[in-house]
Design a protein around this ligand. Sequence first.
Ligand code: CP
Length: 360
Amino acid sequence: MLLTYDAFREAVEDDDRRRSLLFEDDHPRYVLFAQQFSRVDLVRLSASATAIRRMDRHRDGVGFLRSILSGKRVLNLFAQPSTRTNESFVAAAEKVGATVRVVSDLRTSSFAKGETVEDSVRTLSSFYDLLVSRHPDDDFATRAAWALRRSRRPIPVVSAGSGKSEHPTQALLDVYTLQYSFAERGGLDGKRVLLVGDIGRNRAARSLALLLTRFEVRRLDVACFPGHGPDPALVQALERARIELVTHDSLPKAVQTLGKELDAVYVTRLQQEWDTGAGKLGTSEDFVLAWDLRHHLREDCVIMHPLPRVNELPDEWEAHPGFVVWRQVRNGMWMRAALLADIHGATDEIMARARRLGVA
Ligand code: CP
């Protein structure tokens, strides 16, 4: 049965109905929400990302990786600025053998003439095998997935950032980075995470919070800008997962209070691109992780930021043993390569080859 857009939207927001619409044979076809991934999916994608990373250093591995999506064409349709997500998707697609084209100025496409999302993405599906989209509209990727799913060329769609609501592939790489950082400490289960910044409008922090519901995280602390706290849907999702949400109105006070109990601090910037007439870029000292605050944290506390940053995470933090921001960036490429391969049902083959090469 063909669903109307409203019925599709309602179904994909429902925890029980989402999977049957967004997955095919247990691998993702439409990547729209962090919470569409189960813990089993996360384990599979993380193992594949690690195998791809190791095979990329192996003479026989590189050729195999390039064969996975050989002949496939990926379109990155980016209607908002991006450095990391766009370039890491390009690098990831090339690692697994696909060719990529980037369209980042939608004024040069027929969107500018008023063409609908449906007609535009159906046209693009004639020329490409997978669409990666970033758009200021929360609904764009979902509408594209809906339109393509009911078409004769139902190519996969991956959200690379949807409005203020979701950045699912950032959450995948963030969880991968956290799991890697906690590998010697039992993984993410039972860990204490502090999210900092514009939680209401930072889609990376929001998607990460949603993905943390897949772990035995019993409490989540957030230090958020006044008026930019977690939205009701996020609060409800955390409640359903029985995660206690504790909000703080000042980062220094939160760090002084929680201190050595914290396992990770995830800093984000003030999302001033959504403000009209925003003045000087950056945040007040209430939401800057000042270098002096290191004395309250453990040496193994993981320090993350999805980037870009302005003033909220000073450069001195690069000297902290828990600073993993550049690893986080690079993990974006490995995780996105794993995701592109998984969408094409190639994960089992990757793992089998990695075992044969002794890098699994
Ligand atoms: N983290 C992130 O989404 O960065 P970009 O905006 O540069 O893609």
